[in-house]
Design a protein around this ligand. Structure first.
Ligand SMILES: [Zn+2]
Length: 122
């Protein structure tokens, strides 16, 4: 393995770097941080999806406006309604994405603790 700070080569089981003194992450910590990274990447994708959904909703509203064009002010009403009614769904998606990250992070911490506890028993 290599030191996470200075990059020099260390024995695989090293707890501290003998060159710079930095404590090395345990396997459990590495798993936890990798899982957290995955959760964050997932959340980023979900948030991007939410951002993409908004212009689509606006586009739908515009199309509705065009279709309802002959009905005059009714068209604008329809467009506003579509925008208004898609807002809660967009907000829900955003909240769900954040919740997923927190939940994954918590589950990871618990799993890491269990792994540690099991390792200590051996
Ligand atoms: Zn080092």
């Amino acid at each position: 393995m290599n030191c996470t700070n200075c990059g020099r080569s260390l024995a695989d089981e090293s707890v501290f770097c003998m060159y710079c003194g930095r404590r090395q992450p345990t396997v459990t910590e590495e798993i936890a941080s990798a899982t957290k990274e995955v959760a964050e990447a997932t959340a980023a994708v979900l948030e991007r999806a939410v951002r993409v959904a908004k212009p689509v909703a606006v586009e739908v509203a515009r199309a509705a406006f065009k279709v309802a064009g002959k009905a005059g002010s009714k068209g604008k009403e329809v467009a506003d309604k579509v925008e208004r009614e898609t807002r809660p769904a967009r907000e829900r998606a955003k909240k769900a994405a954040r919740k997923a990250v927190r939940k994954t992070a918590r589950a990871t911490t618990t799993a890491a603790r269990n792994v540690k506890a099991k390792a200590a028993k051996k």
